[in-house]
Write a protein that binds this ligand. Structure first.
Ligand SMILES: *Cc1c(COP(=O)(O)O)cnc(C)c1O
Length: 404
């Protein structure tokens, strides 16, 4: 079998054997190392998606691999029915990184979002005094928080919602970046605002300056929890540990996922102070795999890497390099470029090509990127990418945009 047949065969096998809930680009990856992946035909690609930031530190970062490998040799899963010797240190170190009291560990991002919503409702009834079953939570249009029934209940993306009803009540959607709209949606039943400090899936949408601090003020004034979904924006990507830091905003609850698992295992968490997370008691919430030893070992390595600030500085510097490069392409059919740190959303002129077509052309150039919402390309390479490799991305993008 030739190489090309092998990759076509594997794509066909996957298509015949999996539900069609994704439409992957036609590349079959078999190895990853740092910023690079190799396909089954031996072709190399620069990974500019980094698994939606889950591979923030590059594929198989040695420090994380070593930590996980050492843990594999000891114990991997105990369930929370018993204590194990990695959860305490991991939770303490993660809570300290966020400047909070407590961590509630889960596995995937959506589970952690669900956890935060449950915590907020319970806090609303038990601390704020909202009448039974009346709690409301305000969310933003264009949000992406995951795929569960409750989370798609407040999605504004018809593709994510259609034919998945009946939906979970208790959510109000307002315009992202519009403080008066938020103020209008609040009443005495409102227990929380759930917000992405930068909207990732919406196309790396950065809210207007001052918006997050205005949301924080409203939350303080109206006794509501500020819940920051930092699953994609957190852990170094934007040049700070948390994207909320760009406006000196401290949320009541942080939601983390993706990069927390070091690109090896799914690890998510809700982080908050005891007066909020303390509303959860034994039996009221949990997860068989949440906080397992292997996950905690990966998470500890990630947290440890973020304590010096070096990765955050790297993201800032590489981000400047990336945006300078993108700036040079301004006349090449790019309608808008935005982002923060090493994270860019690029709207290309829909008359030129679709985002999908651009990503297929980038693939042919040896660059992995993913389109979102029609004509937006998102770039989120691993933080181990070099300035020279960023230049390769810019050159490839320039060729793709001028090819037509
Ligand atoms: C990816 C993502 C999620 C969902 O995480 P999963 O691990 O896929 O469930 C939630 N919120 C944001 C902001 C995300 O980017």
């Amino acid at each position: 079998m030739t190489d090309l047949q092998r990759s076509a065969e594997l794509i066909s096998l996957t298509e015949r054997s999996t539900a069609h809930n994704y439409h992957p680009l036609p590349v079959v990856i078999s190895e990853g190392d740092g910023s690079w992946v190799t396909d089954v035909d031996g072709r190399r690609y620069l990974d500019c998606l980094a698994a939606y930031s889950a591979v923030n530190f590059g594929h198989r970062h040695p420090r994380i691999v070593d930590a996980v490998r050492a843990q594999l040799e000891r114990v991997t899963l105990t369930s929370r029915a018993f204590h194990h010797d990695v959860l305490g240190p991991f939770a303490r170190e993660l809570a300290d990184l966020a400047g909070k009291d407590l961590v509630l560990p889960m596995n995937t991002g959506a589970e952690a979002v669900e956890t935060a919503l449950k915590v907020a409702r319970k806090w609303g009834y038990e601390v704020k005094g909202v009448p039974e079953d009346q709690a409301t939570i305000v969310v933003m249009d264009g949000n992406f928080h995951g795929r569960t029934i409750s989370i798609v209940s407040f999605s504004t993306d018809p593709v994510a919602r259609t034919n998945f009803g009946p939906f979970t009540p208790g959510f109000r959607v307002v315009e992202y970046g519009n403080p008066p709209a938020l103020a209008d949606a609040i009443d005495d039943t409102t227990v929380a605002v759930l917000i992405e400090p930068i909207q990732g899936e919406a196309g790396v949408v950065v809210p207007p300056a001052g918006y997050l601090s205005q949301v924080r003020q409203l939350c303080d004034a109206r006794q509501m929890l500020f819940i920051a979904d930092e699953i994609q924006s957190g852990l170094g990507r934007t040049g700070t540990t948390f994207a909320c830091e760009h406006e000196d905003v401290v949320p009541d609850l942080y939601i983390l996922g993706k990069a927390l698992g070091g690109g090896i295992v799914p690890v998510s968490a809700v982080i908050g102070d005891a007066d909020v997370l303390g509303v959860i008691h034994p039996g009221e919430h949990g997860s068989t795999f949440g906080g397992n030893p292997l996950a905690c070992a990966a998470g500890r390595a990630v947290v440890d890497m973020l304590t010096t600030g070096d990765w955050q500085r790297t993201a800032t510097e590489l981000g400047q390099h990336l945006f300078e490069g993108l700036g040079r392409l301004a006349d090449k059919g790019m309608i808008d470029v935005r982002g923060r740190g090493l994270w860019a959303g690029i709207d290309i002129d829909p008359d030129l090509m679709t985002g999908r077509a651009a990503c297929e052309a980038l693939l042919a150039e040896g660059i992995l990127a993913k389109d979102t919402h029609g004509s937006t390309i998102r770039l989120a390479p691993p933080l181990v990418i070099t300035p020279e490799e960023i230049d390769m991305v810019i050159d490839a993008l320039s060729r793709v945009l001028t090819a037509k």
